[in-house]
Ligand binder design. Structure first.
Ligand code: GLC
Ligand code: CA
Length: 570
């Protein structure tokens, strides 16, 4: 691995951890987490092994979308702390080798944002073009709304001027007109502020919606609209401030469309994107106990420029969206992991966390995370995944998975000294309550999920080919098994995962896949054996590059390719 390249490409092998300030740790007893609480748990995150913390919104908000409806981009919600608390958090994180990236919502603001309050005043207000207005009656957009339980159109009539404004999300989240150079200027300025305060990048919210204004009559848009130009502009701006800044985009689109959000040949738009397609394929594969949907997805995953990366995840703070599966496939996942209508959301997803979906079966839970960490890209955990937290379905909508972090066994999960009923959200009771699931018990238990997760994180960090490499799915005849090779130069590892509950033996071969592009004097030495990275042990090759791997039901192995005369540490 060319280490010289890694300095400003830290994100190639990062381990991301998403957390919300409000649900992590409360230090002043008001029942709501705060920046000081987050700072005091940086050592915990360092101990777990994560290298980059993604903070969900902590800006002043009108509280209509858990902070994604921002009223001021330039500061911190006073309930969370102040700017100095934010800077302390970033500094402490840095001192422990953890970078901080922050959620950045540039598609919309709250309708309480001063820009929108101005914009809606009159058609010639200086802020009018900060948002997307139309005077003519909008077409029927009911099929395109993101939150069909409360919205039935992307356009809202504003009485005062008799015109309609665009809102892809709630009507209290008017879409910014990012085509307007003044808006772009404002966005750059905001990014400049947070970069100066020490962040290493942004998780860019809802990227495709920046593009989703195709039905706006051109004459009603004052500016020529090229959203790719906006992304390029922002990336370049960030790069000029700091060469190692990332833009991590939330882009849930088919693979064939995803590539363009990374930009041109040199990847000059988003640095990273979440792999929503791979994630949905994993869930379908888990539901079927059949690895082929995932093998198919990986085969179709576009290869990326070295300056880009996928972020792999199984769950996040929203519903588990299954919108890219067919109706029949989605139904299969619903039947397997969320049969109760109360577990489902908007006909497209499940408002659950992973362990209850997998019936609390430790074998399946570990299999799923092993798979996620072995896929080329950068793994991303949602807080609480490391201890196997469950959802609280008593909480409406997507917030069911955003309950307070469970640090200890008491009724507030050690999250706050406030009364349990005064917490920002109620902690789940029963098998996923803090008495059973908490950090304190698991951190000292060598057999806990926490310990397993910290081992996975360490192994991922010891296997740079996963972050840097390309993937090839290996052929064999066991439908329940995914066997994939990741290689980068002379680093390579094979991961083998059995999604079925029956033990299997798989015959694999490197013939025609390993070292494909590495010939001539630079070619690495022949393979000596495969070394087990997670469970130890070794696998020998036959004379022709073939080898057999035995797996239990839901079993998995990570196998490093060790070459003759290899002096790398195992
Ligand atoms: C993104 C966020 C989601 C939020 C929406 C609107 O999809 O992940 O939580 O509601 O954007 O900002
Ligand atoms: Ca607090």
């Amino acid at each position: 691995m060319r280490l010289t390249k890694t300095a400003d490409q830290w994100w190639k092998t990062a381990v991301l951890y998403c957390a919300s300030v409000q649900t992590f740790l409360d230090t002043n007893g008001d029942g709501r987490g705060d920046l000081e609480g987050m700072t005091s748990r940086i050592d915990y995150l360092a101990d777990l092994g994560i290298t980059c913390l993604w903070l969900m919104p902590f800006y002043p908000t009108a509280d209509a979308d858990d902070g994604y409806d921002i009223t001021d981009f330039l500061t911190v919600d006073p309930r969370d702390g102040d700017l100095a608390d934010f800077v302390s958090l970033v500094q402490v994180a840095r001192s422990r080798g953890i970078r901080v990236i922050i959620d950045f919502v540039m598609n919309h603001t709250s309708d309480q944002h001063p820009w929108f309050k101005e914009s809606r005043k009159s058609v010639d207000n200086p802020y009018r073009n900060y948002y997307v207005w139309r005077s003519s009656t909008p077409p029927d957009t009911s099929a395109a709304v993101v939150f069909p339980d409360v919205e039935d159109s992307l356009w809202e009539l504003d009485e005062r001027t008799g015109e309609y404004y665009l809102h892809n999300f709630y009507k209290t989240q008017p879409d910014l007109n990012v085509a307007n150079p003044e808006v772009r200027e404002q966005i750059s300025k905001v990014m400049g502020l947070w970069l100066q305060l020490g962040v290493s990048g942004f998780r860019v919210d809802a990227v495709p919606f920046l593009f989703a204004v195709d039905d706006v009559p051109a004459k009603e848009r004052e500016f020529q609209y090229d959203p790719h130009d906006t992304l390029r502009h922002l990336k370049a701006y960030c790069g000029r401030r700091d060469s190692d800044v990332i833009l991590l985009g939330e882009v849930n689109v088919p693979y064939k469309d995803q590539k363009k959000f990374f930009g041109g040949a040199d990847g000059d738009e988003l640095t990273m994107q979440f792999d929503f397609i791979g994630m949905q394929a994993i869930w379908l594969a888990l539901a079927r106990g059949d690895a082929r949907p995932l093998a198919k997805a990986l085969a179709g995953r576009p290869a990326l420029d070295e300056s880009n990366q996928y972020a792999n995840f199984l769950r996040n703070h929203d519903e588990l969206t299954l919108d890219k599966l067919t109706d029949a496939e989605r139904q299969e996942v619903f039947d397997a992991f969320g049969p109760d209508p109360d577990m489902q959301l908007y006909d497209r997803g499940l408002r659950r966390r992973l362990p209850p979906m997998l019936g609390g079966d430790p074998r399946r839970i570990r299999l799923a995370y092993s798979l996620m960490f072995s896929l080329p890209g950068t793994p991303c955990l949602f807080y609480g995944e490391e201890i196997g937290m469950g959802e609280n379905l008593d909480i409406p909508g997507r917030y069911s998975v955003r309950t307070p972090m469970q640090w200890g066994p008491n009724a507030t999960g050690g999250f706050s000294t406030a009364k349990p009923r005064s917490l920002v959200r109620p902690i789940p009771e029963g098998p996923y309550g803090p008495a059973r699931i908490n950090v304190s018990d698991q951190r000292s238990d060598p057999d806990s999920l926490w310990t397993f997760m910290s081992t996975l994180i360490r192994r991922y960090r010891q296997s740079p080919e996963i972050g840097w490499g390309a993937v090839q799915v290996l052929k064999h005849d066991q439908p329940s098994v995914l066997a994939h090779l990741v290689q980068q130069e002379d680093w390579a590892m094979v991961a083998v995962h059995n999604l079925g509950d029956e033990p299997v033996s798989v015959s694999l071969s490197f013939d025609g896949v390993l070292d494909r592009d590495l010939t001539g004097p630079a070619a690495p030495a022949p393979v000596d054996h495969l070394a087990g990275l997670l469970h130890g042990g070794r696998v020998e090759l036959d004379g022709k590059g073939g080898f057999d791997v035995d797996l239990d039901g839901y079993g998995y192995r990570w196998l490093r390719v060790v070459r003759e005369g290899d002096i790398r540490i195992a």
